[in-house]
Ligand binder design. Structure first.
Ligand SMILES: [Zn+2]
Length: 212
């Protein structure tokens, strides 16, 4: 019998100890009603920033007139994705990526190693350069994923990388966990929730190898 390909979970677990963006709403899950209280079932509730853990940004996050989560093209978040290792670079742009063959894949995930512990917000992490948008557009990339909390630095007000990507039609997936993933071509599924009007959404992101 053919062995089923293993799915690799690249999602940060949403636990009450996960790190939120400094100053943002922390993640919290708790039971609203216990089985003893209702006589039949446990019922939980969550509160969180939509930018906690593994999530996508919708353009409304950085542009008041940008698309909201429910308006995004779902095909962005399902399909072949290239994983490349850029560990050791503090900033990643055209020069750092030029040497890679993206094999006509439309989704690119960058393994930077910049956020090793989801429960601690990194003091400093690799970011993307402002020249990345035009470069990715030239290469036909429509979705970029990173393994750090943002494509811009924690104190950025101008959001140069976000805007460079946006201006070139590249959508953003943040806070993936790629430490156990070797570079190569995978199938990615990272669907946002159907959150009406939202500027972002948590996703369950998984990969399976497309190489044989
Ligand atoms: Zn975000």
């Amino acid at each position: 019998m053919k062995k089923l390909t293993q799915w690799i979970d690249i999602t940060q677990p949403l636990s009450n100890s996960i790190a939120e963006w400094p100053g943002d709403t922390p993640f919290n899950y708790e039971l609203t009603f216990t089985k003893e209280q209702t006589g039949s079932v446990n019922i939980g509730q969550v509160s969180m920033s939509v930018h906690t853990g593994t999530h996508i940004d919708s353009p409304f996050h950085y542009d008041n007139d940008g698309k909201r989560v429910h308006e995004l093209d779902l095909s962005l978040y399902i399909g072949p994705a290239m994983i490349v290792d850029v560990t050791g670079h503090a900033e990643i742009g055209r020069a750092e990526l030029e040497g890679f063959d993206f094999k006509d894949v439309e989704r690119l995930l960058l393994k930077t190693g910049g956020h090793p512990d989801p429960n601690t917000f990194p003091e400093d992490y690799p970011v993307l350069k402002a020249d990345i948008g035009p470069f990715l557009k030239e290469r036909g990339i429509r979705l970029i994923g990173v393994d750090v909390p943002s494509v811009d630095s924690v104190d950025s007000k101008t959001m140069d990388a976000h805007h460079s990507l946006y201006d070139n039609g590249v959508n953003i997936l943040e806070n993936t966990v790629l430490s156990n993933v070797t570079p190569g071509v995978y199938e990615l599924i990272a669907l946002p929730l159907a959150l009406e009007g939202s500027d972002g959404s948590p996703v369950r992101a998984v990969l399976r190898s497309l190489e044989r």
